[in-house]
Design a protein around this ligand. Structure first.
Ligand code: ARG
Length: 480
């Protein structure tokens, strides 16, 4: 969302005593400078909170009637009015007005225009400060639930591929050098382990988001006999915020959300990087669906992995959003300051970005074609079973350090001969250690290497299948 500024100091003023009159105009004798009006507005971006704003107002009014601050009749008429404003917004018939600053004043003024004097009672015992904090918390709560669902959908899709590829062998890497053979299913389940923590982080964050600020009013609370627990129940908050100054001012819950979003993006960027590499002709481990790739305008042969590349690129936005929020909050004295209005563009951008990226992953993963032969061939290069040979010697009572040195020399010999370890003859190997016998060849196969790593957390196909079962158990439960 970009501001369109009029030239600063143009001197053009809002006709302050003509329509629409700002709810706070009473204290002012002059209208607002048009530049200031555009500089301070937030309705261009906070209008996306209209549903939460109206939901919060409906609960507030019910509470006021419940406590006898408003009559049932007044509350009824205000609620009906709010419902009709909501219907108009949803139908695209609502005229948002910049001169009314933000989503809150736009809705309140529309209400008064519709139902007259009684509408002016809506803001009793409330301030925009506790109102906007409430709106944001309601909004984030829904976003968190949606993102958790997307994470679960993605884990589900990955689990299906992992099960199918439980026995598919690929090179496992450290330092981007082939290290030891692993199963592709195991690799995908590593991604799932990251996503599972991401989901739990969001669930944990939700507990601190789901706290009601309403009742804090501007900063000090209100003299009206309100019932905050009643409002909390209506809005399905777990509890009320216990300090009014803190309730209207802190945005740590938004920062926490953004941090969780940044971690999700960090993980997605790692997956994306691997997908880009694997889809390249140098690896050819996978083929991405045509529908998920784009071509080049000049090079006819190109099929580019733009979606994973964008996942990688968009990660930077969310890191930026997190830093923006941290910096907006930094050194703010209590209580509410207008700085906080700047939380929304950053927060919304993080939400849109992580949601879009998760949707992209959910769509892309099931269509990935696995090139098992290419993976297997790559695993056979690079002496990935050298550790298995060392372990074999250890089982024959060679100390691990000595075994390591012996195998190092064997690998050097094999590199010179241009052959893999399994292609050496028994005699050739026995020149380096007489503890090596014919049964060594079983250990030097890729299958043998992965199958022996058969413990919880290991890469053996059997363990991959068990891990997929555990994942499905986890996904069957709603999660806390
Ligand atoms: N638009 C404002 C925000 O986003 C709402 C609260 C304004 N409060 C005030 N006292 N100006 O923070």
């Amino acid at each position: 969302m970009y501001y369109v500024f009029t030239s600063p100091g143009s001197g053009r003023k809002m006709a302050s005593k003509q329509s629409p009159v700002k709810p706070w105009a009473g204290r002012f004798s002059e209208g607002t400078d048009q530049f200031v009006e555009q500089f301070t507005e937030s309705v261009s971006f906070d209008q996306r909170l209209y549903r939460q704003d109206i939901r919060g107002s409906l609960a507030h009014v019910r509470m006021l009637a419940h406590c006898g601050v408003l009559s049932q009749d007044e509350a009824g008429r205000i609620s009906q009015g709010l419902d009709s404003v909501l219907a108009d917004i949803e139908a695209g018939r609502f005229q948002w007005r910049v001169e009314l600053e933000d989503v809150h004043m736009n809705i309140e003024m529309a209400l008064v225009e519709r139902i007259g004097e009684v509408g002016k009672k809506l803001h009793t015992a409330r301030s925009r400060n506790d109102q906007v904090a409430t709106d944001l918390r309601l909004y984030l709560r829904d976003v968190i639930d949606e993102l958790r669902l997307l994470l679960r959908t993605l884990m589900h899709a990955l689990g299906d591929v992992a099960e199918r590829e439980a026995g598919t062998i690929m090179p496992g890497f450290t330092h981007m050098q082939a290290a030891q053979p692993v199963t592709f299913g195991h690799h995908l389940l590593a991604w799932c382990a990251m996503l599972q923590r991401d989901e739990q982080r969001l669930a944990d964050c939700r507990r601190r988001v789901n706290v009601l600020p309403l009742g804090a009013a501007a900063l000090a609370g209100t003299g009206f006999p309100i019932d905050r627990d009643y409002t909390a129940r209506l809005l399905e908050f777990d509890r009320v915020a216990e300090n009014s100054l803190d309730a209207v001012s802190d945005r740590d819950f938004g920062i926490e959300f953004c941090a969780a979003a940044a971690l999700i993006m960090m993980h997605l960027s790692r997956f994306a990087e691997e997908l880009v590499l694997w889809a390249s002709p140098q690896y050819r481990f996978i083929e991405l669906d045509d529908a998920w790739c784009t071509g080049s305008s000049i090079m006819p042969q190109k099929k580019n992995p733009d979606v994973p590349e964008l996942l990688r690129g968009k990660t930077g936005r969310v890191y930026g959003d997190l830093l923006a929020l941290l910096t907006i909050m930094k050194a703010q004295p209590l209580a509410y300051n207008r700085d906080n209005q700047e939380d929304k563009p950053a927060l919304f951008d993080a939400v849109d970005t992580v949601r879009g990226c998760l949707r992209a992953c959910c769509g892309m993963i099931p269509g990935i074609q696995v090139q098992r032969d290419a993976m297997l061939a790559a695993a056979a290069r690079g002496y990935g079973t050298a550790t298995d040979l060392a372990d074999y010697l250890v089982a024959r009572n060679v100390a691990f350090r000595d075994a390591h040195a012996i195998v190092g020399r064997i690998v050097q010999f094999a590199i010179g001969a241009g052959r893999d370890l399994s292609a050496l003859t028994l005699d050739e190997m026995r020149k380096f250690s007489d503890r090596i016998d014919a049964d060594v060849f079983a250990r030097l196969t890729l299958e043998g290497s992965v199958t022996t790593r058969d413990h919880v957390g290991g890469t053996a196909p059997r363990q991959v299948r068990l891990a997929v079962e555990r994942l499905r158990d986890y996904l069957r439960n709603a999660g806390g």
